[in-house]
Write a new protein. Structure first.
Length: 344
């Protein structure tokens, strides 16, 4: 449906007003929706309409039926799971970004997105005090970013063993072992399963009562091993003993990956930084913006000490559109993507 410029402006103003009214009520309403609000969701259950509904009417429907049936996680009273809200600054930046609607895959498709994400990536490394030359890919989630890091890890270890995975694939390739904490997050197991590691072959490192990997009972490590550790275990919030475990693992030639979906940000706190001691020696890290940092959803980072390892593994250069090796589309899963680094 085409709209006149004034009608379009009125629609956007209505969306902004409804959004502001929603946010104004989020602190005082109950967190999980009332039963009546949930029952009213049945009003959405109609057959695909033969004729369209006007944009203002559609927006009103979303607000009147949809808003009361939200979980009030974007407010001060929600304490369920590891679910963030969105801070006004990041939500406002996101609003601007939606108006821009950039395809943030490379400098050619969006100079502003490429520039801002390069700067944001550098700042992330500064805040987290991770090796400054690392690649920072902005992905949808710690799940997707963890997958990207494990892809880079396996490809790099196989290369070192003289195997070219890109050309020869995996059948007949040297076996790469993966060690995860017994308390590993289910999403990392999902990434490993999708990548074909086979749940039967995954080695589970025993943990202590707080859910931390026990260095004395760690399976043997070598240069064909990916060792996954955690900064922030979901049940206890605990951190693996990085300073004890990572140096010998690296010395043995293993690739060390850290899942720090929310916990990596402890590094930015003077009071909590000690929990992350030694974490900077790992090969790759994943973390979310949409949890501890309270950006809107779909904001996470894959950080890789060896920028080439990530850029080569995730490369997606097309003959019709060349991009620099470190363009975002060569660091994450997506070809077309939103500029997640902007709200971050
Ligand atoms: C939430 C979480 C993940 C998954 O992150 P998503 O962004 O939801 O994909 C992985 N690991 C830990 C420790 C988490 O808390």
């Amino acid at each position: 449906m085409t709209m006149s410029p004034p009608a379009e402006a009125a629609l956007m103003a209505d969306a902004d007003a409804r959004a502001a009214a929603y946010l104004a009520g989020v602190a005082t309403r109950r967190v999980f929706p009332e039963a009546t609000a949930i029952a009213n969701l049945s009003l959405f259950e109609e057959a695909l309409p033969e004729t369209g509904c006007t944009p203002p009417a559609t927006l009103a429907l979303l607000d009147e039926i949809g808003s009361p049936a939200t979980t009030a996680s974007n407010g001060p009273n929600y304490f369920g799971f590891v679910i963030g809200a969105s801070l006004p600054a990041s939500a406002a930046a996101e609003r601007m970004m939606i108006a821009w609607d950039q395809c943030a895959s490379s400098f050619n498709s969006s100079p502003v997105a490429a520039t801002l994400e390069r700067v944001t990536g550098r700042w992330v490394l500064d805040v987290l005090d991770l090796p400054r030359g690392s690649a920072v890919g902005f992905g949808t989630s710690a799940t997707a970013c963890g997958l990207s890091c494990i892809v880079a890890a396996r490809r790099a270890l196989l290369r070192r063993a003289g195997w070219d995975m890109d050309v020869d694939g995996l059948s007949g390739a040297p076996m790469i072992r993966v060690i995860v904490p017994e308390t590993v997050h289910v999403t990392l197991l999902k990434a490993l399963r999708l990548l074909g590691f086979g749940m039967r072959h995954i080695l589970h490192a025993p943990v202590d009562a707080a859910g931390r990997v026990d260095p004395d009972r760690l399976p043997a490590l070598d240069d064909r091993t990916i060792l996954c550790l955690q900064a922030g275990e979901v049940n206890t919030g605990e951190f693996d003993p990085f300073a004890v475990v990572i140096p010998p693992a690296r010395a043995a030639g293993a690739w060390v990956h850290v899942d720090g979906a929310f916990g990596l940000w402890a590094r930015a706190s003077q009071a909590k930084r000690h929990l992350t001691e030694g974490i900077e020696a790992a090969n790759s890290w994943t973390t979310d913006g949409h949890k501890w940092l309270n950006t809107p959803y779909d904001c996470a980072m894959a950080i890789c000490r060896d920028p080439e390892a990530l850029a080569q593994a995730m490369n997606c250069d097309a003959a019709y559109s060349a991009a620099s090796a470190d363009a975002q589309r060569n660091l994450t899963l997506e070809f077309s993507r939103r500029a997640r680094g902007v709200p971050l």
